[in-house]
Design a protein around this ligand. Structure first.
Ligand SMILES: CC(C)(COP(=O)(O)OP(=O)(O)OC[C@H]1O[C@@H](n2cnc3c(N)ncnc32)[C@H](O)[C@@H]1OP(=O)(O)O)[C@@H](O)C(=O)NCCC(=O)NCCS
Length: 205
């Protein structure tokens, strides 16, 4: 039996019972996993994660909503978000700094000619923690920084208990930070970023 005869037989649905055609060129599902820079439009989602991760714990957070918007407007290319089916599950926000160590000014300023990336915050949504996402996001971020020719190092400050976490990502302890927030004290940590031309050529930048 030829195919054309079979397809015209009794098993073929009449036209009015067939599923409507799917329009071409339109996506109906969001990507399972996506990494991209954040924009000011993502600030609310960022702050929701911060609220749960920090404010509910200590009453403080690394960046308030207006500061999130500030840095995502000034230097969105120094942020990285991890989205699952369109929902933000983890993020990093950074800006540039131009001194050896972090000072109070580093909390609010972006120094466009600096060669140090100050990582203000890394946070993972509560329901996605302890799955390796924080470490993976940091790894991807550091890989990305290697592609930026002007970046020499990444620095951050964290509480004592997170020092081992950042050490696993290759950060080295610089010493106690001169910055305090209320009763909170911090350790400053640094990761060299040797984004020289050879590495950039060979790392898919
Ligand atoms: C810290 C944080 C970013 C880690 O992300 P994560 O995806 O949960 O971490 P991973 O799954 O990649 O790694 C797990 C490791 O992180 C460390 N870690 C995570 N949370 C920790 C905590 N509260 N105390 C101590 N170590 C912690 C541990 O070393 C852990 O390894 P272990 O389970 O073998 O002990 C995440 O827990 C978070 O967002 N916390 C709230 C916000 C925060 O404190 N951010 C960092 C300061 S800017």
């Amino acid at each position: 039996m030829s195919l054309s005869v079979m397809s015209a037989g009794p098993f073929r649905k009449p036209l009015h019972m067939r599923a409507p055609p799917v329009p071409q060129g339109r996506r109906h599902t969001l990507p399972a996993s996506e990494f991209r820079s954040l924009s000011p439009e993502d600030a609310i989602s960022v702050f929701e994660i911060e609220r749960e991760a920090f404010i509910s714990v200590s009453g403080e957070c690394p960046l308030h909503l207006d500061e999130v918007r500030h840095f995502l407007s000034l230097c969105p290319e120094l942020s990285l978000g991890w989205f699952e089916e369109g929902r933000l599950v983890a993020f990093i926000i950074g800006s540039l700094w131009d001194q050896e160590r972090l000072t109070e000014d580093a909390l609010t300023l972006h120094k466009p000619h600096g060669t140090t990336v100050h990582i203000h915050v890394l946070a993972v949504h509560r329901t996605f923690r302890q799955q390796g996402k924080g470490s993976i996001l940091m790894w991807r971020y550091l890989q990305y920084l290697r592609c930026l020719p002007f970046v020499r190092r990444a620095v951050l400050m964290c509480e004592d208990f997170l020092v081992p976490f950042y050490q696993k990502s290759g950060f080295k302890v610089q010493g106690p930070s001169q910055i305090t927030v209320g009763p909170l004290t911090f350790i400053e940590m640094m990761h060299p970023v040797r984004g020289h031309a050879f590495m950039r050529r060979n790392s898919g930048c």
